[in-house]
Write a protein that binds this ligand. Structure first.
Ligand code: MG
Length: 237
C-alpha cells in the first residue's frame, strides 16, 4: 500500500501508478443513445466535420490531421493538435472511433486522448476486449482514476464523451486552492463522478499541480494510431 500526498496536501488513495493489482471495472453494454446529433444552440462548435479551422498543431502551425466525410483522423507523427481558442471550466462533447480492424494490444490499440487545458487527459483507447491497466482505460483520467464501468463500443463504432470539467484554482501566490474536478459520461453512461485530479496526467508519474492560466487549449493526442473524431462542441461554464 502506498500513500501519496498531493501538492494540495490531499490524501489520494492507495494505488500505485498504473497498478496492475487495481481491479478492472465491470464491462457493460451502453444503450444506443450517444448524445445529441446537433450541438445545443449556445455551444461553440470546435469541429463540424468540414475543416480544422479551429485547430492548430503544438507549434501553432496549421493542424495536419486528415479530414474526411464528417470526421478528422490522427495522422501519425504530425503531432497532437489543440484548439486555437482557450477554455477553462466547460462542458465538452466529443465523439471518437478507434480503428477497425483493431491492431496492437493494450495501450497500443486505438490510443489517443482528450486533454482538458492541454494538461489533463481523458484516455481514448480501444477497450473492447482489450485489457490494459485500469487507470489507462478508455475514459480513465490517465494514471489517476479508472472509469466506473467499461462502456466501450466495438472498434469502428462511434462513441461519445460528455465531459464536465472544473479547472484547478490557484491563489495569487500560485499555490493550489482547489484541485480540478471532472465528471464524464461515456456513451451516455456515467464513468467519472466528480473525480478530483491529483495534478496533470502523465505516464508513470503523478506530477503535482503547477500554476497555469485560467484558460488553455483543448488538445487531442497523436499516439500513432489513426483514431477518428467528429462532432466536437463545447459550452463554457
Ligand atoms: Mg492517450
Amino acid at each position: 500500500m502506498v500513500f501519496i500526498v498531493t501538492a494540495a496536501g490531499a490524501f489520494q488513495g492507495k494505488w500505485k501508478i498504473h497498478d496492475k493489482d487495481r481491479s478492472l471495472p465491470p464491462v457493460i453494454k451502453p444503450g444506443t443513445g450517444s448524445g445529441p446529433a446537433l450541438p445545443p444552440a449556445d455551444a461553440i462548435v470546435l469541429f463540424n466535420g468540414k475543416n480544422l479551422s479551429q485547430w492548430e498543431d503544438s507549434k501553432g502551425k496549421p493542424a495536419r490531421w486528415k479530414v474526411k466525410n464528417d470526421y478528422m483522423e490522427v495522422v501519425k507523427k504530425t503531432g497532437s493538435i489543440r484548439t486555437i481558442r482557450k477554455f477553462g471550466d466547460c462542458q465538452l462533447h466529443i465523439e471518437w472511433s478507434t480503428p477497425l480492424p483493431a491492431l496492437g494490444k493494450g495501450q497500443a490499440r486505438g490510443n489517443s486522448g482528450v486533454f482538458l487545458m492541454d494538461l489533463y487527459e481523458v484516455q481514448v483507447l480501444d477497450c473492447y476486449n482489450n485489457q490494459t491497466y485500469a487507470d489507462g482505460m478508455a475514459g480513465a483520467i490517465y494514471g489517476q482514476h479508472p472509469p466506473l464501468v467499461n462502456a466501450c463500443r466495438p472498434p469502428g463504432k462511434w462513441q461519445s464523451f460528455d465531459i464536465i470539467f472544473h479547472r484547478p484554482l490557484f491563489d495569487n501566490k500560485g499555490s493550489l486552492t482547489q484541485p480540478a474536478l471532472m465528471s464524464i459520461l461515456h456513451n451516455g453512461v456515467l464513468i467519472q463522478d466528480n473525480a478530483e485530479l491529483t495534478g496533470p496526467t502523465a505516464w508513470k508519474k503523478r506530477p503535482p499541480y503547477k500554476f497555469h492560466p485560467d484558460k488553455l487549449p483543448i488538445s487531442l493526442q497523436d499516439h500513432g494510431n489513426p483514431v477518428r473524431y467528429r462532432n466536437i462542441w463545447i459550452r463554457k461554464l
